[in-house]
Design a binder for this molecule. Sequence first.
Ligand code: GTP
Length: 220
Amino acid sequence: MGPNEFGLHQDTVNRVAADIKQAVEMGVEVCVVVGAGNIFRGVSGAAEGMDRTTADYMGMLGIVINALALQNALENTGVMTRVMSAIPMSAICEPYIRRKAMRHMEKGRVVIFAAGTGNPYFTTDTAAALRASEMNCDAMMKGTKVDGVYSADPAKDKDAKRYDTLSYMDVLTKDLKVMDATAISLARENDIPIVVFSVKEEGNFAKALSGEGTYTVVSN
Ligand code: GTP
């Protein structure tokens, strides 16, 4: 949503696409899981008092909107993509089929996974850990608002300290709020390192992939 309060900020979508393109040009095979906080903020008033499952399904539909926006922005820069949705909506995108997603990636396409896991009660981070496990990813890169994991919220506590490395257990036992416990546990079980970096500045994704810049690595 960039500087907006909700929705899609086109320059920001294009920036994220440019960051992904940079990684693809480095020879990294990329698949993407997007969330829908930006869309959901626009409907959160209506979602108040709604049951959790309905609100979660609305979130999954929001993700499809974001996935299509990202697909469009990536293809405008010449990066070939495929959107695959955990909830089949065949008029809009492909349904998620693991082996097909693998083939798309082998062909150099960026695969954008939409609609989370397709189930309520599971977060986008859990969807990311699940897809990273299924696609045998070497790492899960979590682009966020801050440049890593801190001991406290850096926006509220100026003494908050950034960690360079953490174990999965540290995150769970210190309740560090990088990701929910389901996502962390899945990554831990499948030994997928999580790299937390800031998406706010251009080029940070490629930097983190090259071991430059600031980020936190969560691993065994
Ligand atoms: P390869 O055969 O591996 O090269 O894959 P491909 O994706 O290029 O071939 P395919 O013929 O499956 O797809 C051609 C186009 O149709 C691509 O843009 C796909 O994303 C799209 N497509 C494939 N299946 C579906 C579907 O179920 N729904 C929608 N909406 N689009 C689809």
